[in-house]
Design a protein around this ligand. Structure first.
Ligand code: ADP
Ligand code: MG
Length: 696
């Protein structure tokens, strides 16, 4: 068998391949583009394209595509073949530099939130040379950004790249103040941990709710749920193991650093974590991972559910966004250092994150707001909807000592003076075993844990990068003008701690007392997507994004529309699916079963008036009451769904779905789920929770 070292990255046009296949001057020019973001001239692009094509054709590729991430949440690709007529009735395989660096897909069918008038329906895609091209299913994929002709971002990648530039600019200013002469660029790094469910495909196909919406809209609690806690890190079932083996192999061929795979808390739930890499590449890789998980699952007659809450009453799936900042010299800026000087620098970056998360908590919340994630946040399985930071007791005590000019620890006699004293060492393991915090410091990085499993990691990192860039900018403005750097630094750090310590919370985030406490501290608690999304276009946030050239005001408004619209569309589909299932499957099954019971009842009575008919009698009565209720709720739901068409304006519509549609869906579900517990198995028309969760 081929060894992993041999085939790892074999489908990637990576640095090794470039070095081997490109002329030295072409390679050097491309490297400069990758490192400093300089644009490629056409002759270099042509040479790169030709080499890329030869490489891809040797590996069996026939087509190429600009691979991009529109606002639909999934990736898009349009395949073009390499063939060109050779004038002798045959073909040759060709790929030009122009085709490599720029594509012009018809953009009219992608969400644009009103950005793109129909007369400029075309958009263009531009190669992100920092993310390597790769071959997937015989197609050479070029990772690209996607914009309208007027330059508006229509995708997830463009703002992410812009936000990485923003934090690079400002972090370099701060690093210069500490005398880091060798540092020429700073990048954010991301390691996203991905949760998902696997269910049997035959069972999946029997449920319209899973088919249409990715989650179960009905389903009574099974006799066994996750209460035994026997699934977490449990032994993998053979089918799951076979799937994971294939998944690893395919991801490794694509250069994705898939590292750990294990069972999660809920039955049928699993997790995959890669080794971290540069933010835009991590985002591309996570998108690829989700895509490949779904495709490979089918080959094992499984379906991979990426929905945040596929099953009511069972833990949902999230994504943990591990994030840090690293210099081109290899220094992790969130790693506490060895010397007073390194510690001062660490503390300043730490304070930048604390201040950024406090001032822009609304944006972090917005970045994880989706209809699916609303079912998890605050439901005692995922962090609450309130953003707070976990630092661990050691680091918190250090900050307190600095703020109050008090000695730290039992042994320290002296005051902890930033830039003069070495920070006491704290063991990494103690920094975080608190799983309830939305935003936790884990020794040398932060882990943002509010993300839903299905989302792209781009938006959260755009928010984080831009907010931290803004704070670093303010720090640099202040410190560049200071007469005495050390004193100014010490005072700045003290002030940040004093002003922003409200965001630090080391306790249990699932505890309701925390919500009351958070309210007292003035932290936001944006419970649902319609509550959160409007914050995206608040004046202070528009100012932030325009200042750092991450979004224009137009782009922000369009994003707001797109996000709210997709929330509404999703709930609309869910509502319609419920009506369909209730009318065509659930109520008919109940009627049929009630009829059987009535027949039995009549037969029994005919045999002997005094036979015990309590089961038939009482069950029919209960079925009648509940099906009457369910039927009533179906009608109310139909009316509510129809009512939405009379409204317009994304905001109004969003709140309408939240306040008028979701509550009726809940009521219908409650009646139907109780019916499920009463109707004989033979009559129920689709697989139950028990079948789905324990069926693999
Ligand atoms: P856990 O959260 O289960 O304790 P780890 O702490 O080992 O797991 O790592 C979780 C994720 O954090 C991994 O994907 C890892 O690659 C990533 N990670 C580690 N260091 C960094 C960093 N400096 N920047 C971004 N992600 C990181
Ligand atoms: Mg984690």
């Amino acid at each position: 068998m081929e060894s992993v070292e041999k085939y790892f990255g074999s489908m990637v046009f990576d640095d090794k391949v470039m070095q081997k296949r490109l002329a030295p001057d072409v390679y050097a020019a491309l490297k400069r583009t990758i490192q400093d973001g300089r644009s490629l001239n056409l002759s270099v692009a042509n040479a790169v394209a030709a080499a890329m094509k030869d490489w891809a054709v040797e590996l069996g590729a026939t087509h190429f595509t600009h691979w991009f991430q529109p606002m639909t949440g999934i990736t898009a690709e349009k395949h073009d073949s390499f063939i060109t007529p050779d004038n002798n009735g045959g073909v040759i395989m060709e790929f030009s530099g122009k085709e490599l660096v720029r594509g012009e897909p018809d953009a009219s069918s992608f969400p644009s939130g009103g950005l793109r008038a129909t007369f400029e329906a075309r958009g263009y895609t531009a190669w992100d040379a920092t993310s390597y091209a790769f071959i997937k299913d015989g197609v050479l994929c070029i990772p690209t950004a996607f914009c309208s002709f007027s330059g508006d971002a229509l995708d997830q990648k463009t703002p992410l790249l812009r936000s990485m530039e923003a934090i690079n600019r400002q972090a370099l200013r701060v690093l210069k103040l500490f005398g880091n002469e060798n540092v020429t660029s700073v990048k954010t790094t991301v390691g996203p941990e991905q949760e998902y469910f696997l269910v049997d495909k035959d069972l999946f196909n029997q449920r319209k709710d899973l088919l249409y919406t990715g989650r179960t809209l009905f389903g009574a609690k099974p006799p066994k749920g996750q209460e035994m806690e026997d699934h977490y890190f449990g032994v993998l079932k053979p089918r799951v193991q076979a799937f994971m083996k294939d998944l690893d192999e395919e991801l490794w061929r694509l250069g994705v650093l898939a590292k750990t795979e294990h069972n999660e808390a809920a039955p049928a739930q699993h997790e995959l974590a890669p080794i971290f890499t540069t933010a835009n590449i991590a985002a591309d890789h996570n998108q690829l991972t989700m895509e490949i998980m779904q495709r490979l699952a089918k080959q094992h007659n499984l379906v991979c559910l990426l929905h945040e809450k596929p099953f009511k009453g069972v833990n949902g799936s999230g994504k943990h966004n591990n994030w840090s900042i690293t210099t081109n010299t290899g220094v992790n800026l969130l790693e506490p250092g060895e010397t007073p000087y390194e510690n001062a620098q660490f503390l300043l970056f730490l304070c930048a994150v604390i201040k950024a998360v406090d001032e822009y908590q609304d944006l972090l919340r917005v970045s994880v707001a989706t209809a699916g994630n609303d079912h998890r946040l605050g439901a005692h399985e995922a962090p609450p909807a309130v953003v707070s930071i976990f630092l661990g007791s050691e680091l918190t005590e250090i900050l307190e000592a600095i703020e109050k000019d008090e000695p730290y620890g039992a042994k320290e006699k002296e005051l902890l003076r930033v830039g003069v004293h070495t920070m006491p060492k704290f063991p990494k393991d103690t920094t975080d075993r608190n799983r309830t915090s939305p935003f936790a410091f884990t020794g040398n990085k932060f882990e943002f844990r509010m993300l839903g499993s299905a989302s792209s990691v781009s938006a959260p990192n755009v928010m984080l990068n831009t907010a931290v860039a803004e704070i670093l900018k303010r720090f640099a403005d202040e410190l560049e003008n200071a007469t005495d750097f050390e004193t100014a630094l010490h005072e700045l750090i003290k002030r940040v701690i004093r002003e922003h310590k409200r965001i630090i919370f080391n306790g249990n985030g699932y505890d309701d007392k925390w919500l009351a406490e958070a309210e007292k501290r003035g932290l936001l608690n944006l419970k649902t997507t319609p509550d959160a999304l409007p914050y995206l276009v608040k004046e202070k946030n528009v100012a932030l994004f325009t200042e750092h050239r991450v979004f224009t005001e137009r782009e922000l408004k369009s994003r707001y529309e797109i996000l709210m619209e997709s929330y509404c569309k999703l709930i609309n589909i869910e509502g319609r699916t419920m009506v369909d299932m209730a009318r065509k499957d659930i109520l008919p099954a109940v009627s049929e079963y009630a009829q059987t019971l009535c027949n039995t009842l009549l037969s029994k009575k005919a045999v002997c008036e005094t036979l015990d008919c309590a089961y038939e009698q009482e069950t029919v009565e209960r079925l009648s009451v509940l099906s009457g209720k369910a039927h009533k709720h179906v009608k109310v739901l139909e009316k509510a769904l129809a009512g939405a068409s009379k409204l317009d304006g994304a905001t109004e519509l969003g709140f309408y779905y939240k306040n008028k549609v979701l509550p009726v869906m809940e009521k219908l579900r409650a009646a139907a789920d109780e019916l499920e517990t009463l109707v004989a198995s033979d009559y129920w028309r689709f697989p139950t929770y028990g079948d789905l969760l324990f069926g693999v």
